[in-house]
Design a protein around this ligand. Structure first.
Ligand code: AQP
Length: 332
């Protein structure tokens, strides 16, 4: 079976619909077709400032949400990144074959650092994509299911894998990004040209999976839509309605042309009302299951410890090869 790896940051009290449709939904599907490794990337979550207790809570809530969304520990390996020390170890090595100019071209760093002020941004935020490359390459992943915002980081990962292989002998699988077009970028409900984002969206622009469903319904009903009245998928001319159609299609399994036809002659209000109901029905069971997992944190932590052990059996072997190839003296 081909291998898949992906991760998600515990940087909010809940994941949002963009995280789910862009990434997590595909993680669930790929459990059946791939040897699947998924992690809550807490090392990444400290790159932009954080509170320790909040991070610990969000890490558990994140893992619980992933299980509630459909990850099954019998069919995939779910773990917390900091439980597997090889991630940080490989990141150092990869950092030493990454050009400073190359790292400086990462647009996510430019966006996030400009929000925080470059002077105040951490070096960790700058080297974030190198740690992400380590996450992926440690497991020899063939595929990495992510949203469109991660495409450039995936390109860097591929470049680093090829560079390392070229210099030190074939060590890493060169991974491919898996970014299905339809849900690659779920946009902000209030600013439909920007991505829905934990850190950048306003509360009205983002649907959190764990928020009060009545609140989500209200946000959908107040989503910014476009001039005109026709319900037609056209992300350039009608970004608001197109975003709602993408969400509707992904959650209902109905194709976009089918929805366009069903809503011919009907108004934006009808579409929003129906989608609000679909979203509510979708999040309710996820919320219930998340609460069940969180009711038993000891069991949840055990499950994550088993995941980390499984992950380490792969990551430790890769790191050993890397250390040997680059010429580190093996401890006697
Ligand atoms: N709006 C989105 N549409 C589609 N996919 C998305 N993803 C994020 N936002 C969207 C995908 O979700 C996965 C996990 O994301 P992350 O936790 O690594 O954080 P991120 O990509 O940086 O997303 P956010 O919400 O903007 O978080 P913050 O604000 O903490 O940086 C990834 O696969 C991502 O592509």
């Amino acid at each position: 079976r081909p291998r898949v790896l992906s991760g998600i940051q515990p940087t909010a009290d809940s994941f949002h619909l963009g995280n789910y449709l862009g990434a997590v939904r595909n993680w669930v599907a790929m459990q059946d077709t791939h040897d699947a490794f998924y992690c809550v990337v807490d090392l990444h979550a400290i790159t932009a400032g954080h509170d320790p207790e909040t991070l610990r809570r969000r890490t558990r809530v994140g893992a619980a949400q992933l299980l509630a969304a459909g990850l099954n520990p019998d069919r995939c390996t779910l773990f917390v990144q900091s439980h597997v020390p090889e991630h940080a170890q490989l990141a150092w090595v990869l950092g030493c074959i990454t050009g400073f100019g190359e790292a400086s071209r990462m647009t996510q760093f430019k966006d996030k650092s400009s929000r925080q002020g470059t002077e105040r941004s951490s070096v960790g935020l700058f080297t974030y994509p190198i740690l992400q490359a380590a996450d992926i390459l440690l497991y020899q992943a063939d595929a990495v299911p992510v949203g469109e915002d991660q495409r450039q980081h995936l390109e860097l990962t591929r470049d680093l894998a090829q560079r390392f292989n070229g210099q030190f002998g074939r060590t890493f699988t060169v991974p491919s990004a898996f970014i299905p077009k339809e849900t690659a970028k779920i946009t902000d409900l209030q600013d439909p040209t920007a991505k829905m984002s934990k850190s950048a969206s306003s509360p009205a622009g983002i649907i959190d999976l764990l928020e009060d469903p009545a609140r989500s319904a209200k946000k959908i009903r107040s989503a910014v839509t476009d001039t005109g009245r026709e319900i037609h998928f056209d992300p350039e001319a009608k970004p608001g309605i197109s975003n709602l159609l993408s969400i509707y299609s992904a959650l209902s399994g109905r194709s976009i042309p089918d929805l366009e036809e069903a809503y011919t002659g009907r108004g934006y209000g009808d579409l929003k009302k129906d989608l609000a109901e679909i979203v509510v029905e979708f999040v309710k069971p996820i919320q219930e299951r998340t609460a069940t997992y969180l009711d038993d944190p000891v069991q949840l932590d055990k499950l994550l410890a088993v995941g980390a052990e499984k992950a380490r059996s792969i990551s430790a072997a890769t790191l050993r090869t890397v250390y040997q190839r680059i010429g580190f003296l093996a401890p006697a």
